[in-house]
Unconditional design. Structure first.
Length: 261
């Protein structure tokens, strides 16, 4: 007996086609949103702490030429002027604080969140409230992370790929990345002093030092916890003073590209 198939105009088939098309569209939107947020966060994480640190001594751009240079570079790279100005002027508020919160979540997800706010207590309450919705709680997880320094240096002229690897080894690290005409070395905080001594001996020009927290053990977060992790990270954007999140999710891009409505 011949198998009778649905025609293309059959209502059930049309509904299924529309549903699948809508699902694919939403996945593409979520993926594009995750990529946009990743690029934006790279810029924010790179420039906001630098501007804030440089502005501690003098926030007037006409008097602090180093700050003016950083400000101009940040704007060129895409940091919104409003964000840059907020970072520069933050120390005018006597209540302004920099603080860090540990987060423990489902599926083994752990994170450290950097906050810079004039209302740290309100920020903590908001973080607690947002976290509760996604089964997250404030907890001491700092022992699961190590502080590392990303040290940017100008690349020596004409250096080869093998020469770059040798340079990194001489500086005492195997973790590095090349960005245009610069190289970024990653070293544990306790090795920072010896790195600078070696870099000076090699004639390297250090242009920037950034601090971040690296999970001691990265892990694959199980799919059952993806929605909670993705929605929690999205909600952080609404918390006053949120700056950075450091986490142990090895599959974070896959998590954030998912469809959660």
């Amino acid at each position: 007996m011949a198998l009778r198939l649905f025609s293309r105009s059959h209502p059930l088939l049309m509904d299924l086609t529309r549903h699948m098309a809508g699902h694919a569209k939403w996945q593409n939107v979520a993926r594009e949103k995750a990529l946009f947020e990743k690029k934006r966060n790279i810029i924010w994480n790179k420039w906001l702490p630098r501007l804030r640190l440089e502005a501690k001594s003098e926030s007037d751009l006409t008097k602090n030429l180093s700050l003016k240079k950083l400000y101009d570079q940040a704007i060129i790279e895409g940091l919104p002027k409003s964000k840059a100005e907020d970072a520069i002027n933050c120390w005018k508020n006597a209540d302004y604080r920099e603080c860090q919160f540990g987060i423990q979540g489902p599926g083994g997800f752990n994170a450290l969140i950097n906050i810079a706010s004039a209302s740290p207590k309100k920020t903590e309450n908001d973080l607690t409230s947002y976290g509760r919705r996604q089964n997250m709680k404030i907890a001491n997880v700092s022992f699961q992370f190590q502080e590392v320094k990303d040290i940017t240096c100008d690349l020596p002229d004409g250096i080869s790929e093998d020469g770059i690897e040798e340079l990194a080894l001489q500086c005492g690290t195997e973790e590095f990345s090349v960005e245009g005409s610069t190289i970024v070395f990653t070293v544990p905080r306790e090795d920072e002093k010896s790195f600078f001594e070696e870099a000076k001996a090699l004639g390297l020009s250090v242009t920037c030092v950034d601090t971040r927290w690296q999970a001691v053990d990265m892990m694959e977060i199980p799919e059952a916890s993806w929605k909670s992790v993705a929605l929690f990270i999205d909600q952080l954007e609404h918390i006053d003073g949120f700056e950075k999140i450091f986490h142990n999710a090895e599959n974070i891009e896959e998590i954030q590209a998912g469809s959660y409505r």
